[in-house]
Design a protein around this ligand. Structure first.
Ligand code: BG6
Length: 471
């Protein structure tokens, strides 16, 4: 029996079932779970959205989006029998998010399909954050009893700043316990990101190299080739800092720099990540941040001609902790760049007597599209590579995370405190951008981004490390 095998029945309600996230990520994730035989005998997938459609039509949308995914996003073969079996578990309820009566209707639907049995309910919020509270309130009001096993899966963005995130968490707490809330950042579902934790926990050699006093600087790069795609309306309101840095990149930063928790459990991990995230420091200066916007951004559909939203951001941060004192951390991320590549470089200190132009030793963690770790020890020219990922099972991020929710594993989810800490530093950075009236520098589509990014590392006499394969 595989390690993910689930026996207990569950009902998964997908709010926002007609949206992009559901079609592009969740439905294919469910297929993967079925294909790898991770689903129990009894399970129900219930789509909920405002659109009024019949069950059969929704089932068709469900299986079409999986077929589509297979046509475009993967090279593997789709098994029609598995897809058909999976689709037979799918039903649909149409309703508003703010109408209690519609949630009562949903509740009777659940009772009907489960023959009135009380089973675990997973509620996936695949909706814009503006309706989170409506759904939470109505789900809370229609609970069978105080301790009913309902698990809420909320995906980022959690609010739009510290205040709104706090408000959201206070609101949730009125109806549900924190242990029933799974705050999802899909980067933590990536096998390579998960392996960082495992690697630091079990590889003493690597861990010793990653101690603050040994490290000269850390660089986190997340480049994307895609532009805003069909999410112009959302993206233009938020920009790259809120969209990518606030959660995905700060989470990677925390996993790389935190003290390793003694036990690999969620409470310990959340505590260590929080300790780093709450100590992040941005020194207010134009020298410490660079914004960019790809040339064709203003010509994209639904983007205002004069939009100044950043599609690229690079920044220089510090961690206010004794062990990381004065170690710069550079982060850069952007859209419509020359490649899709996410990697972390930990550059080790040199001896004072080493020649200035000699290459430093580096630990390189490539997270996507390749998953590998590379240790370059110069001097003796020792260079070794291995794979970062320790899992043999390869599944999409959302499948890994859904399975974790089903198994009540909170390790790869976020805590309220961490999110508040990441919003606090994000708010500070954004307030500075506004105060200093920073404008994004234009960069050519499919280029390596604005040239200004180099100014960040040169302050400390370092250079961005581009993976050689890139050039
Ligand atoms: C999402 C952002 O959270 O992450 C998108 O909203 C971004 O703008 C995406 O494109 C990147 O995810 P991945 O897994 O492709 O690196």
């Amino acid at each position: 029996m595989n390690s993910y095998h689930i026996e207990k029945p569950f009902a998964l309600i997908i709010f926002g079932a007609s949206g992009d996230l559901a079609k592009l990520k969740l439905f294919p994730a469910l297929y993967s779970m079925a294909e790898q035989k991770h689903l129990p005998k009894e399970y129900h997938i219930v789509g909920y959205a405002r659109t009024k459609i019949e069950k059969e039509n929704f089932q068709k949308e469900f299986s079409d989006s999986i077929k589509n995914h297979f046509k475009h996003a993967t090279k593997s073969h789709l098994n029609e029998t598995i897809l058909k079996e999976l689709t037979s578990h799918v039903s649909y309820v149409s309703g508003q998010y703010d109408k209690l009566d519609d949630f009562k209707k949903l509740r009777s639907h659940l009772s009907k399909i489960t023959n009135n049995k009380e089973i675990t309910t997973l509620a996936y919020f695949s909706v814009p954050p503006q309706v989170f509270q409506n759904i939470i309130g109505n789900l809370g009001e229609t609970k069978r009893h105080e301790n009913e096993d309902i698990r809420l899966i909320l995906e980022k963005p959690f609010g739009e700043d510290t205040e709104s995130a706090r408000e959201l968490f206070h609101f949730v707490a009125r109806y549900f316990k924190e242990e029933n809330i799974y705050l999802l950042d899909h980067y933590l579902g990536k096998a390579a990101v998960q392996s960082l934790l495992h690697l630091r926990h079990s590889n003493r050699l690597i861990n010793m190299m990653m101690k603050g006093p040994e490290v000269a600087n850390i660089q986190i790069t997340a480049f994307e080739k895609l532009g805003v795609t069909s999410r112009a309306g959302y993206f233009d309101q938020v920009g790259t800092i809120k969209d990518m840095v606030q959660s995905h990149l700060l989470q990677i930063l925390a996993l790389i720099t935190m003290s390793i928790p003694i036990t690999e459990n969620a409470v310990g991990l959340h505590r260590e990540k929080y300790s780093i995230l709450s100590a992040l420091k941005f020194i207010e200066s134009r020298k410490n941040i660079v914004l960019g916007q790809y040339e064709s951004y203003n010509k994209e559909k639904d983007i205002p001609k004069n939009s100044k939203t950043e599609t690229f951001a690079a920044m220089r941060l510090f961690i206010d902790r004794e062990s990381w004192y004065k170690t710069p951390i550079y982060i850069r991320t952007g859209k419509k760049l020359d490649e899709k590549h996410t990697y972390v470089v930990v550059e080790l200190k040199k001896f004072a007597f080493q020649p200035k132009d000699e290459e430093p030793n580096r630990l390189i963690f490539e997270l996507q599209p390749n998953e590998r770790i590379n240790i370059r020890l110069v001097g003796g020219e020792i260079s070794t590579s291995g794979t970062v990922s320790s899992t043999t099972e390869s599944m999409p991020e959302h499948s890994m995370l859904l399975l974790d929710v089903i198994r009540k594993r909170r390790l790869h989810f976020l805590s309220f405190e961490e999110i508040i800490a990441t919003w606090q530093i994000t708010d500070k950075i954004l307030a500075f951008i506004e105060k200093a009236k920073l404008k994004p520098e234009k960069y050519p589509d499919f280029s390596p981004g604005p040239t200004g990014q180099d100014q960040l590392t040169t302050i400390d006499d370092f250079k961005w490390f581009d993976i050689p394969e890139k050039k």
